[in-house]
Design a protein around this ligand. Structure first.
Ligand code: ZN
Length: 254
């Protein structure tokens, strides 16, 4: 498969190119300058002059990168309704993940877990799920942003059917859901700290130096958004992947 790749000079390459999804498919951005422009636009839409200023590059250089990013479908442009001579740039794609150094040192541990789960339905499915997740890392593909987004969709679907009136009721429903489906045993502290033990997503995964449960982060955000109509950010602070014996999710209310 030939993925579209933007042209750039060797000195302008990032170590871990980022992968974006747009209406046509997938785009890989390797240029430091282009990734920087994307970060600037993540804060919100901006005029070309503002982007040039924040980027600290010449107007002509900024224009070339903006034009490339637009052609690649990563950003788009519209007229400023207050001043039609000015153009406003904005992001028109979504971050899926990034290319990383292949991490396969734990792949065989997970395969061994899978072997040990023969005859145990739940353990086997969990092992297969871990293998799939870690298999992508072993190919050098970090898809955490995509997993979080998929988790949000799952969470919204689940949260739509919850009939709750306040945060207490919501977290009772969420804990029940987590436990009854085998996702984990959840304890909630003050509506903002969730401790999950026996987490489906990461327990028995080796310590690999970072948190793993992006899918759960997204699910928590989606459930809360759909059930209470409130925007939150779910961030996993502790995880089996980072060496803890549980997961801890922080819920940041807006
Ligand atoms: Zn975890």
């Amino acid at each position: 498969m030939n993925l579209p790749l933007e042209s750039q000079s060797m000195s302008d390459l990032v170590k871990e190119p980022r992968i974006f999804s747009n209406d046509s498919g997938v785009v890989i951005i390797e240029s430091k300058t282009k990734n920087r422009i994307i970060d600037i636009l993540k804060e919100g839409e901006k005029h070309a002059s503002q982007i040039k200023e924040e980027l600290g590059k010449a107007k002509s250089t900024t224009s070339v990168h903006l034009s490339d990013l637009k052609d690649l479908g990563v950003i788009d442009v519209k007229e400023d309704s207050e001043d039609e001579r000015k153009k406003i740039f904005y992001l028109s794609s979504q971050l899926l993940g990034k290319s990383e150094h292949p991490q396969d040192e734990h792949y065989h541990d997970i395969l061994d877990n899978l072997k040990d789960s023969s005859g145990k339905r739940y353990e086997f499915l969990k092992g297969l799920f871990h293998l799939l997740r870690h298999g992508l890392d072993s190919f050098g593909l970090d898809v955490h942003p995509a997993l979080k987004e998929i988790g949000r969709d799952a969470g919204r679907a689940i949260g739509e059917d919850m009939s709750v009136n306040n945060r207490d009721e919501l977290f009772r429903e969420i804990s029940d859901f987590w436990e009854s489906t085998g996702l984990g045993k959840m304890k909630v502290k003050e509506h903002k700290e969730l401790i999950v033990r026996e987490c489906f997503d990461c327990c028995e995964m080796p310590k690999i130096g970072h948190t793993l449960c992006s899918l759960d982060e997204g699910m928590l955000e989606g459930v809360i958004e759909a059930a209470l109509n409130e925007k939150v950010e779910g961030v996993e602070e502790e995880c089996h992947g980072s060496g803890a014996d549980h997961c801890m999710f922080e819920i940041k209310w807006e």
